[in-house]
Write a protein that binds this ligand. Sequence first.
Ligand SMILES: [Zn+2]
Length: 347
Amino acid sequence: MGYVNVIYDGHVQDVGDVGPFKNGELCGTTGKSKRLEAVKIWLETDLDLGIEYEGQIQDIGWDATKKAGELCGTQGQGKRLESIRIRLTGGDADKYDIYYGVHAENYGNMNWAMNGESTGTEGMSLRLEGIKIIIAPKGIVMSPDTVQKFIKAEPKPAAPTPVAPADPTGNLSGKIICINPGHGGSDPGACGDLRESDMNLTVALRLGQLLAERGASVVYTRTTDDHVYLSDRPIIANNAGADIFVSIHHNGSNDSNASGTCVICYPGSDAGIRLATLCLNGLYSRLGLQQRGLIQRDDSDVTYTDMPAVITEASFASSPADCALFQNGGAELEALGLLDGIIAYYG
Ligand SMILES: [Zn+2]
């Protein structure tokens, strides 16, 4: 039998090129929260063996198959590898197994994968941080542990299986409710996979429909993708004699993992705090996202309105996961959560 060594190097966030490494050595880092952005893998052997591999790259997905020594991943683009699969080719491939174990964000060391199996995560926006690769003659069993090998994000709940409508007896007749879809036109607000201004409008129009079905008079500050000055929005509500003002926004962050729900009201306003708390509870129970709480803040929408007012930030436009939820029934749940809060406010 001949010999075979597997050699690999990598490109690591903040570090740059590392390696080469050989036969099971760690390429990358563990416990340092640094992305592995790329790897190259090749063999030293006198056997008829070749190697092929594919990586799943942030924002790109599964990339084309690479052969010995080709770069899998990216450099200088700040994109993480999220998962990888590797296999042997050639006439002697049936005599050897290739094993690879990754260290993944939130999961740590994952079980060894082998012979083309995927390892890492998919659809969860989690980085690979390190990888070890070994080639062994067939018949050697690498690892008895039961850590899961490849973790795929659960598909998001499908479009609302007719979500139990909020209490249909909630009678809002005689109430004037002003809904403000934040941003619009030349001002998209926070942007990620979706534009905040579009998310705001979608939820606002649906919420308005639900409120109108229960007898409320609904006043909007905008119903199309138009620009409305921030300072004009409270005036629209004041002039309409609105009873409450609901300003619908979505959050943004440089950290694409930031997610969750918060609601803002004017500091010390008892009615504002009550409305905000009830909307927050409705959003928490419908969406089930991280609870970021009630924020009392001097902020145009809640400061210049004459009536109890809230700014809702149900989720993050900058979070791929929050956007995916929004597009898979989350927008409807958000409107229902706000409806729950408003009905409870008048209950
Ligand atoms: Zn906003």
